[in-house]
Design a protein around this ligand. Structure first.
Ligand code: IMP
Ligand code: MG
Length: 180
């Protein structure tokens, strides 16, 4: 696996390996299986970033899952726009009585998640929990809690495993961070 990748005008260096990610997903899947024993999980992935971790997580779980996607975004290039835009909403999704697990690639300011959780309040779900592959505690601006976190990371810009820099890098098999 290459240690440095160039996307557009920037270099990125390897930060979290595929092995580390796999091990961590295994641990979290085991915890989730225990906590949801006897239930079915309605996983709602937030596109586009969540597509890889969603595919991994659902295949590591033994618990039955129903897979759904929405698309809410707040990022442009390497910065938060501080405005959440709905690209593909919940529409007529019936979530009443469901055990919902929202799946995100990363929590940065927490704005997107806060917005999503607000919308979930009207859906009469039996429970709502959140899974995120990455979490940047130092960047958090909203009071949101994440139930399952792959890795807490510093306030660095990262790509790979679903995360992009202006459309590039989502297909990288590990997490890379901006090279100083
Ligand atoms: P938030 O609303 O600020 O929490 O931002 C969450 C969204 O911003 C994520 O779903 C990502 O799409 C994007 N994002 C935040 N940080 C990064 C990063 O370091 N690299 C790539 N995308 C990011
Ligand atoms: Mg995203």
């Amino acid at each position: 696996m290459s240690k440095i990748v160039t996307l557009h005008d920037k270099d990125f260096e390897i930060y979290i390996s595929q092995d580390q990610i796999n091990t961590r997903i295994d641990e979290l899947a085991e915890q989730i299986d225990t906590e949801y024993a006897g239930k079915m999980i309605t996983m709602i992935g937030n596109l586009t970033g969540a597509f890889i971790i969603m595919a991994d997580l659902c295949r590591h779980l033994k618990t039955p899952v129903d897979i759904k996607f929405v698309k809410y975004s707040s990022y442009s290039g390497m910065e938060s726009t501080h405005v959440v835009k709905e690209r593909m909403g919940f529409g007529g999704m019936d979530l009443a009585g469901r055990d919902v697990l929202i799946v995100e690639d990363i929590i940065d300011t927490g704005l997107t998640l806060h917005y999503l959780l607000d919308l979930m309040k009207h859906k009469e779900a039996a429970s709502v929990k959140v899974f995120s592959l990455l979490n940047k505690p130092e960047a958090l601006q909203k009071d949101v809690s994440v139930d399952y976190i792959g890795f807490d990371i510093p306030n660095d810009f990262v790509v790979g495993y679903g995360l992009d820099y202006d459309g590039m890098g989502r297909d990288l098999n590990a997490i890379y961070k901006l090279k100083e």
